[in-house]
Ligand binder design. Structure first.
Ligand SMILES: [Zn+2]
Ligand SMILES: [Zn+2]
Length: 151
């Protein structure tokens, strides 16, 4: 039997399109409440004006840093936003402290910036970026459905 009839859609192209073009309503990217749980060390929580609630842990946010340097690094390693770096293959892995911000502050009315405990602070996390990477089961399911790549 032959599989020649089967065509594989260019998933990468499809995913890129999804990422860039899915329109979000204004209230979907306008936070109603923003909680950065630095003391608890848990993560960021946002209640959006459309009633949706999102939460991200600090490790995810650190690995999803949207600055040019981190994006380049992720692209080079083929990692998605929020995906942890591959474990070092050395016999004695270096200890890496869990990601945690020393502080966080708003940038204008459109974004949040973290000053990470490791000294990094270049990333501006726009509301749009955060909403597009909502980690709730519903949004993750939707994005897995549309790209065909569950994770
Ligand atoms: Zn960065
Ligand atoms: Zn969600």
């Amino acid at each position: 039997m032959s599989h020649e009839g089967i065509r594989f859609v260019n998933k990468e192209e499809q995913a890129r399109h999804e990422d860039a073009e899915k329109p979000l309503s204004r209230i979907a990217v306008t936070p109603d409440k923003v909680r950065v749980k630095i003391t608890e060390g848990t993560g960021l929580e946002i209640d959006w004006q459309d009633g949706h609630k999102s939460a991200w842990n600090f490790a995810w946010l650190r690995n999803a840093c949207p600055c040019a340097t981190c994006i380049d690094e992720r692209n080079a390693q083929g990692r998605k936003a929020g995906e942890p770096k591959p474990k070092p293959t050395t016999l004695l892995p270096m200890y890496t402290a869990p990601a945690k911000p020393a502080s966080a502050h708003g940038v204008g009315r459109y974004a949040l910036q973290f000053n990470w405990a490791d000294g990094h602070s270049g990333g501006i996390y726009s509301w749009d970026y955060l909403r597009r990477h909502c980690q709730c089961a519903e949004c993750r399911f939707e994005s897995a459905e549309s790209t065909g790549t569950p994770n």
